[in-house]
Design a protein around this ligand. Structure first.
Ligand code: ADP
Length: 418
């Protein structure tokens, strides 16, 4: 980048000719100066700070010495170039603003050069001091300007880095949210058949009740009593309510959430998950929930934690499917162990085969085949639990079946468990 300096140093020989006439020694000095700058610029590695520093120091030293030589050849302290001694440190600060070395080296050399020339010419000490003072002052101004420039440059770089970091974090958060969302939809997709069945039942008896009501209202004489009709209306309303409840649960569940962790009552989270999981489980197993009332709250995003539990319950349902409903059991047990809240989701299905157990939390690991499993449920569940400062581990129960154990730090000061 500094290569351009070499030809410009050489071309300034025109100024020498105008100032003092053709002078080959000045041309020779400029050739040495330009050559040194060109060689150094070619060897300088702009990505390495030590290399930049070394070459800056070299170029400033050579530049200052060559300038002193030019002043000497052009007539010393009476020559035309002597007046420019204070300018050189300033110019070098502009060319090499990356550190204060340029100003220091050229300031010291130019100050000393001017002082020696004046001293040798027999000038009074006050004049020597005046020139040294001028060179020092200009050098300090140059160094200050360069340091301000560096500060501004650093602030700009930091701002750019900060912006890039924030953008990267934002896009990470967005893709994370999308991933969580697609897993939620996949879980709901796995539940689809049960959901259809569950909605179909009330819709079927609502339809039958409407037929009955139509017949009875239009019939003359009417057979049904007022109590019979009231009972049919009550049943129909219950059916509509059931459908609305299922749709509400699913809608709430599939919404994207961006919430921050808050204190969640474990029983509420479990009941969110259980309401939906029952759609799947009640064909395949008995579901038992045992959450002590005194269990302290945990710090978590309620819907995400409910999603984790739903994943585990759907998995338990899948594991028990082949066995038939009789004797099949899924249990959710909550307990407080020291400063932690522990939730165990257990089933009495086949458990985890030895080759499956070490791979359970790998993304895309599934034994269910591509049409049924995504292999994301457990991996994502563990991630969501860990984001709340918790842990999720899997083990086989001694009595047979699988156990998923979730542990969370309590969300508020630990209450004594009753
Ligand atoms: P997917 O359910 O899409 O297969 P998961 O990550 O949820 O993905 O589960 C990975 C694998 O773990 C399942 O394919 C299954 O083999 C096994 N698994 C999960 N839960 C149980 C369980 N309760 N009993 C037996 N095996 C299970």
């Amino acid at each position: 980048m500094l290569l351009w300096l070499a030809p410009s140093l050489l071309s300034q020989y025109v100024l020498d000719v105008l100032a003092v006439g053709p002078e080959l020694r000045m041309l020779a000095i400029r050739c040495v100066w330009a050559l040194a700058v060109a060689l150094s610029a070619l060897r300088m590695d702009e990505h390495s700070a030590p290399s930049m520093r070394l070459h800056t120091a070299f170029q400033c030293t050579v530049g200052s010495l060559c300038f002193i030589a030019l002043v000497l050849v052009s007539g010393g302290c009476d020559g035309v170039y002597f007046q420019f001694f204070p300018c050189l440190p300033l110019l070098l600060c502009l060319i090499y603003p990356q550190d204060s070395l340029s100003a220091t080296i050229s300031g010291v050399l130019c100050g000393a050069g001017a002082a020696v020339m004046l001293w040798m010419a027999g000038r009074p000490p006050s004049q020597v001091l005046l020139w040294v003072g001028v060179v020092v002052t200009v050098t300090l101004v140059g160094a200050y300007g360069a340091s301000e420039f560096r500060k501004a440059q650093r602030a700009e770089n930091e701002g750019r880095l900060e912006r890039a970091r924030r953008e990267a974090l934002e896009s990470l958060a967005i893709s994370e949210r999308r991933r969580t969302h697609s897993e939620k939809l996949a879980t709901i997709g796995q539940l689809a058949a049960s959901v259809m069945h569950e909605i179909n039942n009330p819709v079927a008896f609502i339809g039958a009740n409407l037929d009955y009501l139509e017949r009875e209202v239009l019939a003359e004489p009417r057979e049904a009593t007022r109590e019979d009709l009231a009972e049919v209306f009550r049943e129909t309303r219950m059916g509509v309510e059931r459908v609305r409840q299922i749709i509400g649960d699913l809608r709430g569940f599939s919404r994207m959430d961006t919430e921050e962790p808050t204190e969640c009552a474990v029983a509420d989270v479990v009941s969110d998950a259980v309401r939906i999981a029952r759609l799947r489980l009640h064909h395949v197993a008995r579901l038992e929930v045992d959450i002590p009332e005194a269990l302290p709250p945990v710090l978590a995003v309620r819907r995400r934690l409910a999603q984790v539990l739903l994943n585990l319950l759907v998995n338990a349902g899948d594991a028990l499917e082949a066995r038939g409903r009789d004797g099949s059991e899924v249990r959710i047990i909550g307990a407080q162990e020291g400063g932690r809240v522990v939730l165990r989701v257990e089933d009495n299905g086949p458990g985890f085969p030895p080759h499956v157990l070490p791979r359970l939390f790998e993304t895309f690991f599934t034994t269910k085949g591509p049409e049924k499993g995504t292999g994301l449920g457990l991996a994502l569940s563990r991630e969501l639990v860990e984001q709340c400062g918790g842990t999720l581990v899997a083990e086989n129960r001694e009595e047979g079946g699988a156990r998923l154990r979730l542990e969370f730090p309590v969300g508020s000061p630990v209450k004594a468990a009753s």
